[in-house]
Design a protein. Structure first.
Length: 180
C-alpha cells in the first residue's frame, strides 16, 4: 500500500512539474527606471491569447526561460491595448495564438485554423515598442499616440525600420515537454 501511495505521489509530482512549463503565470511588470515599454495592440479580428516569453542564448539556439500570460483568457478579450514594462537587455518575444480564418467546412465538420506568431525584440533601456499581429514590432517615441483604434499600417508606414539590435526567433530551442 505504501509503495502505491509513493508511486502516486511521485507520478503526480512529475506530471505537475511538467505542466508548470506549459501553464503560464500572469506577468508582473518590471519597475526599474531603465524599463523598456511594450505596447501590444490586439485587433478585434485577431483575438487570441497573448504571452510574453523570455529567452537566453544556449549554444546555437535560444532557450525559453519564462513564459507569462498577458491576456486574461479566450472569453474575455476586452483588453485591446496592453502596456507592460520589461527589464532592458532581455531577449523577449511576444507570442499570440489567434484564429487565422473563419471556420471552414471540411468533409465532416467545420474547422478553424490557428495562427501563431512570435515577435522578437532585444529590449533596450527606456525604449518604447509597438507590437501588432501580422505586422511585427516598431520602436516608437514615448509621446507617439497609440490607442485601441490605432491602425497598425499607419504606425508601420511612419516607422519603417525594425528595432535594432534584435535576435533570430527562428532559432528557438525545441523541447519535448513545454514547447519552445
Amino acid at each position: 500500500m505504501n509503495i502505491k501511495l509513493t508511486l502516486a505521489v511521485l507520478a503526480s509530482s512529475f506530471l505537475l512539474s511538467g505542466c508548470s512549463a506549459l501553464l503560464p503565470l500572469n506577468y508582473k511588470p518590471y519597475s526599474g527606471k531603465d524599463a523598456a515599454t511594450l505596447v501590444i495592440q490586439q485587433r478585434e479580428e485577431q483575438r487570441g491569447m497573448l504571452y510574453i516569453l523570455f529567452y537566453e542564448k544556449k549554444g546555437e539556439c535560444y532557450d525559453r526561460i519564462e513564459r507569462f500570460q498577458l491576456s486574461p483568457n479566450m472569453w474575455n478579450m476586452s483588453k485591446k491595448l496592453i502596456v507592460q514594462k520589461v527589464p532592458p537587455g532581455k531577449l523577449i518575444a511576444i507570442q499570440q495564438l489567434y484564429n487565422a480564418k473563419d471556420p471552414v467546412l471540411t468533409m465532416t465538420s467545420y474547422t478553424t485554423y490557428t495562427g501563431v506568431q512570435w515577435i522578437p525584440i532585444l529590449s533596450q533601456p527606456g525604449k518604447r515598442y509597438y507590437f501588432a499581429v501580422n505586422y511585427g514590432v516598431r520602436e516608437v517615441p514615448a509621446d507617439y499616440p497609440i490607442n485601441a483604434d490605432t491602425t497598425p499600417a499607419q504606425v508601420f508606414s511612419e516607422f519603417k525600420q525594425d528595432p535594432q539590435p534584435n535576435w533570430d526567433a527562428h532559432k528557438i530551442c525545441q523541447h519535448l515537454i513545454g514547447g519552445s
